[in-house]
Design a protein around this ligand. Structure first.
Ligand code: HEM
Ligand code: NAG
Ligand code: NAG
Ligand code: NAG
Length: 476
C-alpha cells in the first residue's frame, strides 16, 4: 500500500516538474530569446498589468531591458510573447507584415472590440476595410469637408467653455465635443439626449480598458465588456430604426449599410457595428487624451506656449479677414505646431503596445522566435530611449526641428508603421492643430487641478485636467 502511495507521489512530482520545466522552456527549433516565462498559467501577467504613473518606459519593461537586453521572452494572458524594444527589429516587423508577421492581437485584448472580427483581416479584405475608414477621414475628405466643420465645432465648444469663470475638465469636454461631432458624422445623431446615453455606455466601457483581463462581475474588465454590449445595443437599435424608416441621410452609416447590401460583400451589419465602435473609441478617447496632454505639456512649458502663440498670431495677421477659417495652406505652414504634436505623442505613448503574430520561425540576432508566438512592440521603449532621443523625458518640441520623418520611421512609431499605419493619424493631427490654433490665439487659461496620468498600462487621466479658460481681450 505505502509503496503504491509513494510511487504515485513520485510520479505526480515528476509530471509536475516536467510540466513546470516545459512551461519555462517552451519548444523552439533554435535558441529562444532570454527571459522568464513566469509562473505556470499566469506567466508574468500580474506584473505587466501593475498600474504606474510615469511618462517613462514601463517599469516591467525597463527591468527586463537591463536584465536581458532589447529582446526578451515572456508569457502574458496565456500567450507566449517576445517583447521587442529594438528600433531596427520593430521596423523589420512593420515592413514584413503579412510575410513573417501578421497583425493579430491576443484574444483577451480583442474581446473588447468584438473579437478578431474587424481589425485582424489581411490582404485584400484589410485593404477594403481600411478604405472604408479612409472614406471618412482621407486627406482629401479632411481638406475639403471635415476641416471647416471641425473648426466650426472647435470654435463653438471652446467659446462655450469660457463662461462666467467656471472651470472645465478639458478631457471631458473635448471628448464630449468629439463624440458629438462624430455621432453626427456617422449617424446624423442630432438627438443630444441619445448622444449622451450612448456616451455613458462608452464611458463605462473605457473605465476598464486595457486593464487586467479578468471577466467576472465586479472587475473593471467586466464593466468594460458590459459597457460595450450596451453601446452595441444602442447602435443596433439605430440601424433597425433606420431600416424601418427607409430614409437616406447621406451620412457614414448610410454608406456602410449600402456596402452591406452589395453582392459578394464581406461586410455585415455585425461588422459595421464593430467598426463604428472602434472608430468612436479611437476618435473620442485617444484623440481627446492627446489634446489634453498637449494642453498640459504646453501649460507647463511657457516657452513652448509663447512660440506657439507667435506662430498662430502670425497666421491670423496675414489673413485678409481675421475671422476666416483656417486654410489647408495655413495648416501646412504650422511648422512649430506639428513639432508640438509630434513631441506630445512621442512622450504620451498613448498606445502602450503593438502586437503581431509570428507565422513562421523568425531568426534574429542568433535567436529564434517560433511560429505561433506573439511579438509585442513597445513604442515607448524607442520613444524614450536616451540613445535615440536626447534627454527623452523632457518635453522639447525643438528636437523635431529639421527632422524629415516619414511613415514607418525607425525612431517614431506613435501611429504604428508599414501597411498598418494608423488610418486616423491625419485626422488626429488636424484636430489637434485646429484646437491649439484657437486655444493659443484667442484664449488664456490656467490649470486649476488634475493632469495626473495613470497607465494600466493603457493611458488614463483619472482626474482629468481642469482649466479656467477666458477669451483674450478684444477677441470674439
Ligand atoms: C492620438 C491618436 C491615435 C494614435 C496614437 C493611434 C495609434 C495607432 C497605432 C499605433 C496603430 C497601429 C496598430 C498596429 O499596427 O497594430 C493604429 C492603427 C489604426 N488606427 Fe489609430 N491612432 C490614433 C487615432 C486614430 C483615429 C482618430 C482613428 C480613426 C479615425 C484611427 C484609426 C486607426 C485604424 C483604422 C487603424 C488600423 C489600420 C490598419 O490596420 O491598417 N486611429 N493607430
Ligand atoms: C447603457 O445602455 C443601456 C441600454 O442599452 C441603458 O439601459 C443604460 O442605462 C446605459 N447607460 C449606462 C451607464 O450603462
Ligand atoms: C467656416 O466654415 C463653416 C463650416 O463649414 C462655414 O459655415 C462658415 O461660413 C465658414 N466661415 C467663413 C468665414 O468662411
Ligand atoms: C512629425 O512626425 C511625422 C511622422 O508621423 C513626420 O512625417 C513629420 O515630418 C513630423 N513633423 C515634424 C515637424 O517634425
Amino acid at each position: 500500500m505505502w509503496v503504491l502511495v509513494m510511487s504515485l507521489i513520485a510520479i505526480i512530482t515528476i509530471m509536475v516538474s516536467h510540466w513546470v520545466y516545459r512551461w519555462q522552456n517552451p519548444k523552439c527549433n533554435g535558441k529562444l530569446p532570454p527571459g522568464s516565462m513566469g509562473f505556470p498559467i499566469i506567466g508574468e501577467t500580474l506584473e505587466f498589468f501593475t498600474p504606474y504613473s510615469l511618462y517613462d518606459i514601463p517599469p516591467y519593461i525597463k527591468k527586463r531591458i537591463t536584465r536581458y537586453g532589447s529582446l526578451f521572452r515572456t508569457n502574458l494572458v496565456g500567450e507566449n510573447i517576445v517583447i521587442s524594444t529594438d528600433a531596427e527589429f520593430n521596423y523589420h516587423i512593420f515592413k514584413n507584415e503579412g510575410k513573417s508577421f501578421l497583425f493579430w492581437y491576443p484574444e483577451s485584448f480583442t474581446k473588447i472590440f468584438g473579437g478578431q472580427d474587424i481589425l485582424t483581416y489581411h490582404g485584400m479584405v484589410h485593404k477594403y476595410l481600411k478604405n472604408l475608414v479612409l472614406h471618412l477621414v482621407s486627406p482629401e475628405n479632411l481638406k475639403a469637408k471635415l476641416m471647416p466643420e471641425m473648426e466650426e465645432m472647435t470654435r463653438t465648444h471652446l467659446n462655450s467653455w469660457t463662461h462666467c469663470g467656471t472651470t472645465v475638465d478639458i478631457k471631458e469636454v473635448s471628448s464630449n465635443m468629439l463624440f458629438e461631432y462624430f455621432a453626427k458624422k456617422i449617424f446624423s445623431y442630432d438627438d443630444l439626449e441619445g448622444t449622451r446615453k450612448l456616451r455613458e455606455n462608452f464611458s463605462a466601457f473605457l473605465d476598464g480598458l486595457i486593464s487586467f483581463p479578468l471577466n467576472i462581475p465586479g472587475t473593471a474588465f467586466h464593466a468594460c465588456l458590459q459597457g460595450r454590449k450596451n453601446a452595441i445595443k444602442v447602435m443596433k437599435q439605430k440601424i433597425r430604426e433606420r431600416k424601418a424608416a427607409n430614409k437616406k441621410y447621406g451620412d457614414y452609416l448610410d454608406h456602410l449599410l449600402e456596402e452591406v447590401e452589395k453582392e459578394d460583400t464581406i461586410l455585415s451589419e455585425e461588422k459595421v457595428v464593430n467598426l463604428v465602435f472602434a472608430l468612436f473609441f479611437a476618435v473620442y478617447e485617444i484623440t481627446s487624451s492627446a489634446i489634453t496632454l498637449a494642453v498640459k505639456l504646453i501649460s507647463e512649458h511657457p516657452q513652448v506656449h509663447a512660440q506657439l502663440a507667435k506662430e498662430h498670431e502670425a497666421i491670423i495677421k496675414n489673413r485678409q479677414s481675421k475671422n476666416s477659417n483656417i486654410t489647408w495652406q495655413e495648416y501646412k505652414s504650422m511648422t512649430f505646431t506639428h513639432m508640438v504634436i509630434n513631441e506630445t505623442v512621442r512622450l504620451a505613448n498613448i498606445v502602450p503596445a503593438i502586437f503581431r503574430k509570428v507565422i513562421k520561425d523568425v531568426e534574429i540576432n542568433g535567436y529564434t522566435i517560433p511560429a505561433g508566438w506573439f511579438i509585442m512592440v513597445i513604442p515607448s521603449a524607442v520613444h524614450l530611449n536616451p540613445d535615440i532621443h536626447d534627454d527623452p523625458l523632457t518635453f522639447n518640441p525643438w528636437r523635431w526641428e529639421g527632422k524629415q520623418l516619414h511613415i514607418g520611421s525607425k525612431t517614431f512609431m506613435a501611429f504604428g508603421g508599414g501597411v498598418r499605419f494608423c488610418a486616423g493619424a491625419d485626422f488626429t493631427k488636424l484636430q489637434m492643430a485646429i484646437f491649439l490654433h484657437h486655444l493659443v490665439s484667442k484664449h488664456r487659461w490656467t490649470i486649476v487641478k488634475g493632469g495626473d496620468i495613470i497607465r494600466k498600462p493603457g493611458l488614463g487621466l483619472p482626474c482629468g485636467l481642469h482649466l479656467k479658460i477666458s477669451q483674450k481681450h478684444g477677441e470674439a
